[in-house]
Design a protein around this ligand. Structure first.
Ligand SMILES: Cc1cc2nc3c(=O)[nH]c(=O)nc-3n(C[C@H](O)[C@H](O)[C@H](O)COP(=O)(O)OP(=O)(O)OC[C@H]3O[C@@H](n4cnc5c(N)ncnc54)[C@H](O)[C@@H]3O)c2cc1C
Length: 387
């Protein structure tokens, strides 16, 4: 059995990025079909659901009943046990990610988008996507395809596009406990575990390279042995190329499929949802004869390039530090704790790190590890001018 459909825009993936794009396009009267492999958008997502103020504002709709906790302080613990604290301000909201995914998908459907759940993209040729839906084959013809199919994007691999690199993140859901902050324990380099409020109690997680004992790190932070463990892949860096000509059609990549996660915390909702809106608006401009879909790539990089470069540079520094090096970094930051408190921003982490810099701090960072400092400078230059 096979069936055939035709649409102007086909979106693969009903995560926050895909459903945000579907909503913008459907509201403008464009034909949209979204293919979602899961039986429900957001089912069993591993995400922590931490949204800084800019991420919250970037969402196409905002519902207070998603909010399961607030983050008023952050505590960072070094591998050797030193502590740094940032407190006193509303740093972030914690939302129930399943509810957020469900409501963003519903909002797109209410605007006229068609959502096909249980439909997995398995093949692609110019202007034609093939999906498996139940036991049957589904063919969808399209003019534009938005790849919003997450870190392990099928679209990206079928097209042979570059890979953003992959890490692993897990969260353990604990049914009791209460806190109004976020505790992070550095596990070496830029790997870390955490604990914060979550749906129905606390959520503790960890991220690292494939093969790192992330579940052990999360469990040791959580101390709730029977908590449900959920895992997911996390991309390492945003892709440069976000729009690709494919025969007479276009493919654009948004969200985790495009590697659009903050390089320090790896949160991806802010960048992905911002990308989805820009991609949808660029498609609308092209359909109206007012511009080209390629403008999306320019606009996304125009908005986020500095933040990407600064964050990748800071991560590059961290990843070359030994535990003793991280200890020295903590001592240095402690001496600037007031500036750290004033500049700390959940959504703008690279910019916040840059605010801590002065010639004296730069010299101290170089003294802690000349190799790490050289690597950070090289990364910054490559990101800003070298591509
Ligand atoms: C442990 C963990 C904690 C995190 N914590 C945070 C956080 O606190 N804050 C934050 O901002 N970000 C966080 N993130 C990252 C965040 O979850 C992602 O950046 C975000 O979900 C990306 O949204 P997306 O729409 O691009 O992709 P996704 O949410 O991954 O959605 C992709 C969708 O595509 C579907 N799909 C995949 N392949 C196919 C296919 N072949 N056919 C059809 N459908 C397909 C999937 O089922 C999925 O529904 C976390 C991630 C992890 C793993």
């Amino acid at each position: 059995m096979s069936s055939r459909l035709r649409t102007s825009v086909l979106i693969v993936g009903a995560g926050p990025a895909g459903s945000s794009a579907a909503g913008v396009l459907a509201e403008a009267g464009v034909d949209v079909i979204t293919l979602e492999a899961k039986s429900l958008p957001g089912l069993k997502t591993a995400c922590s659901g931490i949204l800084g103020p800019l991420a919250w504002e970037a969402l196409p709709i905002r519902r207070q009943d998603w909010v399961v906790g607030r983050i008023e302080w952050a505590r960072f613990i070094s591998p050797l046990g030193s502590r740094l604290e940032v407190e006193g301000r509303g740093l972030a909201r914690v939302v129930d990610r399943e509810a957020l995914n469900r409501d963003l998908a519903r909002r797109a459907e209410d605007a006229g988008a068609v959502l096909l759940t249980g439909s997995k993209l398995i093949g692609l040729s110019p202007g034609l996507a093939v999906a498996k839906r139940g036991g049957a084959r589904l063919e969808v013809r399209f003019d534009y395809l938005i790849a919003a199919d997450g870190a392990n994007s099928t679209v990206r691999s079928i097209l042979g596009l570059s890979n953003p690199g992959i890490e692993l993140g897990v969260n353990v859901r604990c049914s009791d406990g209460d806190m109004d902050g976020y505790e992070v324990r550095l596990r070496g380099g830029s790997k870390f575990s955490w604990i914060h409020p979550g749906p129905g109690g606390l959520m503790a997680g960890a991220l690292g390279r494939l093969g790192d004992p992330v579940v052990d790190w999360a469990n040791s932070h959580a101390r709730c042995p029977r908590g449900e463990v959920r895992g997911g892949l996390i991309p390492r860096r945003p892709l440069r190329r976000l729009a690709v000509r494919f025969g007479d059609s276009w493919v654009v990549l948004v969200g985790d499929a495009a590697g659009q996660v903050k390089p320090l915390s790896r949160g991806g909702i802010y960048w992905g949802v911002s990308a989805a809106r820009m991609a949808a608006e660029a498609i609308l401009d092209e359909l109206d004869g007012r511009g080209s879909v390629v403008a999306y790539q320019r606009r996304w990089w125009g908005k986020f390039e500095r933040e990407v470069a600064l964050s990748l540079s800071a991560r590059s520094y961290l990843e070359r530090l030994s535990p003793r090096g991280i200890e020295k970094l903590f001592q240095l930051l402690k001496s600037r704790e007031e500036i750290l408190r004033d500049s700390f921003h959940v959504d703008l982490q690279g910019g916040a790190a840059a605010k801590l810099l002065s010639p004296a701090v730069a010299a101290s960072l170089a003294a802690i590890s000349p190799t790490a400092a050289a690597s950070a400078v090289a990364r910054l230059i490559t990101e800003l001018v070298g591509w």
